[in-house]
Design a binder for this molecule. Structure first.
Ligand code: RAT
Ligand code: ZN
Length: 419
C-alpha cells in the first residue's frame, strides 16, 4: 500500500531529525583554516573587532561608503570595526553571508546581537580568557581538529617554529608554498639566506636543494599536506618556474613522503589592490592542468578545491577519473548557502561520500562557529533528500550507515585518502 502525502512528510521530518542529530553531533576535522595554535601568540585572531574587519566584510563595507581606501586603512582596528558595523549592521540589514555569520557566532556564544550592542559585545570579549575561548569555539563548532596554514616565508611564524614551541595537539599543520611556486625570484633569495644552495635558473642541483628545504620543514612541522593557491591561468605542464618546481621538486617530494599536495585553483590576486586582502577576485580555470598532474602522477596524492562555480562539475568528473584526487570544501566565494547546497548535491551525486564536504577557511577563531553551523544545516538538508530517494527504492537505512557517511563527509574520507 502506498503512503499518503501526510505519512511521507512525517517520515521525512523524522528522517530529517535523525540526520540532523547525527550531523550536529559528529565532530569535524576543519582541513583548511588560517587559524593558529595559541602558542603562536597574536597570529591567532579572535574577537568581535577581528570578525568585523574580516576581509569578506571589508569588501562589502567599501561598497556602501565614500571613504577613500587609504583613510580606512589609516584607522586603528577598533575604528575600522566601528565603521564596518555602522555601514553593514546599522545603516542597512546585515543580509550577506559574511554579516549573517558574525551574528550567528555571537548568538551561539550567548550574546545579544542588536545594532546597539557593539560596546557590550566588545566588553564580553575582553573578559574571555583565550585558553577557554579556544575550547568554547571548537565545542560550539564541534571540531575535533583544526588544520592551520603554515608558511616558512612568514618571518613572524618562522621565528616561532625555530623555537620548537610546545604545541596544542588540536591544531594540525599544513605547509603553504605560494611564494615557492609563484614567486621564485623572491623565494629563492629566502632559501639562499637560510643556507640552501639554489640558483635563479633552477638547475637540477637547485631542485634537490628545494627538496631538502621541504624535508626540513616536514621534520619541523609534521604537515598533513602541502598547499598552494593558484590563479585561474594555472597551466601544467608549462614553460615556467611553477611547472619546473612542481615537476622537479614538489611532486618528487610528495611521492617520496606520501604527503598530498593541495591545489586551490582560481584566485585572481589584487584585482583591486586598494582593498588589500579584500581585493582578490576569481576566475574560471582550465582544469586540464589538474587532469595532467593527476594522470602523470598516479602515485602522488592531490587535494583540490576550486573557486569558480563554473569549474565545479568538471572538478567532480576529474575526481571520478582519478582516485589520487580528493576534492574538499566550498572555498571562499563558494562558501555561501546557495552554492554550498548546489556543490554538496553535485558532489554527492557524482562522488558518493568520497569527498570532504567543507572547510571553514576561518581567519578569526570565532568564525568556525558560524561557518560550521551554516554548513551543517545544509548538509542535513542534502543528506535528508538523498536518503529519502534511497528509502523510496526500499533500501533500508540504519543509524550506523548515516553515521558512517557523515563521518566520511566531515573528515574520515580525507583521513583515509591520506593514509
Ligand atoms: O578565504 C580567504 O580568506 C582567502 O583570503 C584566502 O586565504 C584563501 O582561502 C587562500 O588560502 O588562499
Ligand atoms: Zn584559505
Amino acid at each position: 500500500m502506498s503512503m499518503t502525502s501526510e505519512q511521507i512528510s512525517s517520515s521525512r521530518a523524522q528522517l530529517h531529525g535523525k540526520v540532523e542529530q547525527i550531523v550536529q553531533s559528529t565532530p569535524a576535522l576543519d582541513m583548511h583554516t588560517h587559524l593558529y595554535d595559541p602558542v603562536f601568540g597574536d597570529l591567532l585572531l579572535y574577537g568581535i573587532d577581528e570578525q568585523l574587519i574580516y576581509h569578506y566584510l571589508v569588501a562589502e563595507a567599501f561598497r556602501s561608503t565614500d571613504m577613500p581606501y587609504e583613510k580606512f586603512w589609516q584607522l586603528d582596528k577598533q575604528e575600522q570595526a566601528d565603521h564596518v558595523w555602522k555601514t553593514l549592521f546599522m545603516d542597512r540589514s546585515p543580509l550577506s553571508e559574511a554579516c549573517r555569520g558574525v551574528l550567528t557566532s555571537l548568538n551561539k556564544l550567548g550574546l545579544e546581537t542588536g545594532a546597539n550592542q557593539l560596546p557590550a559585545i566588545r566588553q564580553w570579549f575582553r573578559e574571555q580568557p583565550l585558553e577557554s575561548f579556544v575550547s568554547q569555539c571548537m565545542d560550539l563548532a564541534n571540531l575535533r581538529a583544526i588544520c592551520m596554514t603554515n608558511s616558512p616565508f612568514d618571518s613572524q611564524e618562522k621565528a616561532i617554529w625555530d623555537q620548537h614551541p610546545t604545541r596544542d595537539e588540536r591544531f594540525l599543520t599544513g605547509l603553504r608554498l605560494d611564494p615557492l611556486l609563484l614567486d621564485w625570484n623572491n623565494a629563492g633569495k629566502h632559501l639562499k639566506s637560510w643556507g640552501y644552495e639554489v640558483d635563479e635558473n633552477l638547475s637540477d642541483a637547485s631542485c634537490l636543494e628545494i627538496i631538502r628545504f621541504l624535508n626540513d620543514w616536514k621534520e619541523k612541522i609534521n604537515p598533513l599536506y602541502l598547499m598552494v593557491s593558484l590563479p585561474p591561468t594555472f597551466a601544467y605542464p608549462a614553460h615556467d618556474a611553477t611547472s619546473k618546481i612542481l615537476k622537479e621538486a614538489v611532486i618528487p617530494f610528495c611521492r617520496d613522503s606520501g604527503l598530498p599536495l593541495a591545489l586551490m585553483i582560481g584566485v585572481k590576486r589584487a584585482v583591486n589592490p586598494g582593498l588589500q586582502l579584500a581585493g582578490d577576485g576569481l576566475g574560471r580555470a582550465d582544469l586540464v592542468a589538474l587532469e595532467n598532474l593527476c594522470a602523470e602522477n598516479l602515485d602522488v596524492k592531490f587535494l583540490c578545491t576550486v573557486l569558480s562555480r563554473e569549474n565545479q562539475q568538471e572538478l567532480c568528473v576529474i575526481g571520478r577519473k582519478f582516485r589520487n584526487l580528493h576534492i574538499f570544501g566550498c572555498w571562499w566565494f563558494t562558501n555561501i548557502p546557495s552554492i554550498i547546497d548546489e556543490m554538496t548535491r553535485l558532489r554527492m551525486e557524482l562522488l558518493g561520500t568520497s569527498f570532504t564536504a567543507q572547510h571553514s577557511d576561518a581567519r578569526v577563531l570565532d568564525q568556525v562557529i558560524y561557518k560550521w553551523d551554516h554548513s551543517r544545516q545544509i548538509m542535513t538538508d542534502v543528506l535528508t533528500d538523498k536518503y529519502t530517494d534511497l528509502t523510496q527504492t526500499g533500501w533500508s537505512l540504519t543509524d550506523q550507515a548515516i553515521q558512517r557517511d557523515v563521518n566520511n563527509l566531515l573528515g574520515a574520507s580525507f583521513e583515509a585518502f591520506c593514509r
